[in-house]
Design a binder for this molecule. Structure first.
Ligand SMILES: C[S@@+](CC[C@H](N)C(=O)[O-])C[C@H]1O[C@@H](n2cnc3c(N)ncnc32)[C@H](O)[C@@H]1O
Length: 246
């Protein structure tokens, strides 16, 4: 068992930052990389358009990097509250020069720059339900007219799953893990160590997660002044919601 994670102090994301890009696409399951790719496909802009994108909870900024690669005239502000994740984001986005800015901030309270597009991948489940309304209000205030918000996260939608759907989800997850190990992406020990560390961090209150329901998120987004809100993609719990400013 790889115990190096347990030697690191502090918040969950401070400890996992170094292994995040390597391990996250594996341990998060097949919906992680597929969801991020589809967020970029969904951006309602032409490849040659110039626009400003803000990514909330950017982590190591893989999504912001994909946006800058796809749209060579776009610029991105990548925001996160965890300095260790931002160190990696800064290195990753350095080649984009003035097109990329990496900034430390708490998304629920910090000032957001004016933007045409706000993206967030797997951050909302760290935001408590009572803070979502204020967050979406501030996103709405930062977005220019016709601006777009796209969020990717695990969400509950509609009726709870039965046992058969849960079993299918676990089967596909295990296939994904097996394929990643067979391809040499990581080892079973690394995966086990990460899950054990996550369990401990949760028990210590250093990795707090909430299970949001898509209908509640959509209502909060609508309440914040967005005209169109919809779930546009789903792979089991991995869900993408898009919304537009009038
Ligand atoms: C699961 S990671 C996702 C990172 C990246 N978006 C991705 O898709 O891989 C969640 C990230 O959100 C950040 N985060 C959580 N709550 C935040 C908040 N209130 N403000 C800013 N960042 C936050 C964490 O520090 C972490 O980097």
């Amino acid at each position: 068992m790889n115990n190096s994670l347990f030697d690191a102090a502090g918040h969950y994301f401070a400890a996992v930052a170094k292994s995040y890009d390597h391990l996250q696409p594996v341990v998060a399951g097949p919906g992680y990389a597929g969801g991020i790719t589809f967020v970029v496909d969904l951006i309602p802009r032409q490849d040659e358009d110039s626009f400003v994108c803000v990514e909330l909870g950017c982590g190591t900024a893989s999504l912001a990097k994909s946006v800058l690669d796809r749209f060579p005239h776009a610029s991105a502000v990548a925001l996160d509250s965890e300095p260790a994740m931002l160190d990696i984001a800064r290195r990753k986005l350095a080649p984009y020069g003035g097109r990329a800015r990496v900034t430390e901030g708490e998304a629920t309270v910090c000032a957001l720059p004016p933007a045409d597009l706000v993206l967030s991948a797997f951050m909302l489940h760290h935001v408590p339900p009572e803070s979502l309304g204020a967050l979406f209000q501030r996103v709405s205030g930062a977005l220019n007219p016709s601006g777009c918000l796209i969020v990717l996260d695990t969400m509950r939608v509609g009726a709870p799953w039965g046992e058969a759907i849960g079993a299918q989800s676990r089967r596909l997850y295990q296939q994904h893990i097996n394929a990643a190990i067979a391809a040499g992406c990581c080892t079973q020990d690394e995966i086990d160590a990460r899950w054990e560390f996550k369990r401990r961090m949760k028990a210590e209150g250093k990795d707090v997660e909430y299970s949001h329901c898509a209908e509640d998120l959509a209502a909060a987004v609508q309440e914040a002044g967005f005209a169109e809100v919809g779930v546009v993609w789903r792979r089991f719990a991995f869900t993408i919601m898009a919304a537009f400013k009038p």
